[in-house]
Design a protein around this ligand. Structure first.
Ligand SMILES: *Cc1c(COP(=O)(O)O)cnc(C)c1O
Length: 394
């Protein structure tokens, strides 16, 4: 079996599992309790906070632990909106291909009277800092642009966009869930005011993440209750998960160079192979993309069927197509980069892991080629294309 869906979630690393089980066994006290059991758990918690902060160039006081990336995104956007509302600034800038945790929160804010501008991401999935600058108005409070896209893997110029926001006095948030642990991040050097992260995308456990918020920006709490996380996030802390997240992040960051070199080579090997399939196209910029991400459209087929047949061949992949995501619309990301519905339905995302071998990469290419050819063999859409009744787009 080849697991090629690391953008959906990753396997926990052995080191992270060890940390997690050790903390579960040994540090089960409540960090809010004053006796030694509690204080030991508190130490584990604060050590993780310090370690994580240091890795991204932040101060420990700027890290709030959350239940994952979605909660961090919600909290970042809602906090910025509250600050804006107090200042009479109700304009927010984002992009059309953000994660739903961002897009759906923006929809909610629109209902509350905020105005949202979604920037065009162009065919290559890249937003230029000048375009962000041009969209900023007197009443803009927040710019939220993702660091790397979860479907097509494109990487944005975060430092450049951050610089524009800093110059204009606008809060800059980035959903870095796909980037952290895989690309170098320094919130100070990259002018980032708020950043969302999730442990399960970098070999940590599921259900835990964090939000970085630059000192001086007021955070609103989404969950009422106890005074945990300085009153910004009530609920007894997930100490084992948080400790394991710190372990996984340190491990990933220490191996970034090695992993990037290895993954980039394999990614490009797979891309080269898949390009040989006629009437296909890669989605997203080819160079400014995550080393793990391969995303293609194949004309005349359904991504859904492609996935099921690849599963039969022992390959776990993903598609932005209809039923996988539980809706009839194709991926909003593929539509945002200008793919028409029919083409977007025939998409495939492979997000490879660091332990992939060259043989596995070649097996993936061979399998996708076979399956695409097989599916086209009885696709009415393909028959019409070949007969010239409809025109090829790719
Ligand atoms: C996975 C993901 C999220 C959501 O993170 P969870 O921890 O699963 O809530 C948000 N944004 C992006 C870009 C993601 O890939």
């Amino acid at each position: 079996m080849i697991y090629a869906d690391n953008a959906a979630t990753t396997k926990m690393s052995d080191a992270a599992i060890e940390t997690m089980t050790r903390v579960i066994r040994e540090n089960y006290g409540n960090p809010s309790s004053l006796y030694a059991f509690g204080q030991e758990a508190k130490e584990v918690l604060e050590q993780a906070r310090e370690d994580i902060a240091k890795i991204i160039g932040a101060d420990a006081r700027e890290i709030i632990f959350t239940s994952g990336g979605s909660e961090a995104d919600n909290q970042a956007l809602i906090s910025a909106a509250k600050i804006g509302a107090m200042k009479g600034k109700k304009h927010i800038i984002s992009s059309a291909f953000e994660h739903h945790a961002v897009l759906h929160t923006l929809k909610k804010l629109e209902k509350e009277g905020f105005e949202v501008t979604l920037l065009d991401v162009h065919e290559n999935g890249i937003i230029k800092p000048e375009e962000v600058a041009a969209a900023i108005r007197e009443d803009t409070i927040l710019v939220t642009i993702m660091y790397a896209n979860n479907e097509i893997g494109t990487i944005e110029d975060i430092k450049g966009i951050g610089a524009v926001c800093r110059e204009k006095g606008v809060i800059f948030h980035t959903d870095a869930v796909q980037a952290i642990g895989h690309l170098p991040i320094n919130v100070q050097e990259q002018n980032i005011d708020m950043l969302s992260a999730s442990a399960h995308k970098f070999h940590g456990p599921k259900g835990v993440g964090f939000l970085y918020v630059k000192k001086g920006i007021k955070v609103s709490n989404l969950i009422e209750g106890g005074a945990q996380e300085k009153g910004k996030r009530a609920g007894t802390e997930n100490v084992p998960g948080i400790a394991a997240m710190a372990t996984a992040l340190a491990e990933s960051v220490n191996n970034i160079e090695k992993n990037t070199a290895r993954l980039t080579a394999v990614r490009d090997r797979i891309i080269k192979g898949l390009k040989e399939i006629p009437h296909s196209a890669i989605n997203g910029d080819e160079t400014s993309r995550l080393p793990s991400n391969i995303n293609f459209c194949f004309e005349g087929i359904e991504g859904e069927s492609l996935l099921l047949l690849l599963d039969d061949k022992g390959i776990a992949a993903s598609s932005g197509s209809a039923c996988t995501s539980g809706s009839l619309d194709p991926s909003h990301v593929l539509l945002a980069i200008g793919r028409v519905h029919d083409v977007a339905h025939g998409s495939l995302r492979l997000s490879i892991g660091e332990d992939i071998t060259d043989d596995e990469a070649d097996y993936i290419v061979k399998s996708v080629k076979e399956v695409v050819e097989y599916l086209r063999g009885f696709s009415p859409v393909w028959r019409d294309l070949v007969a010239g009744k409809t025109k090829f787009i790719l």
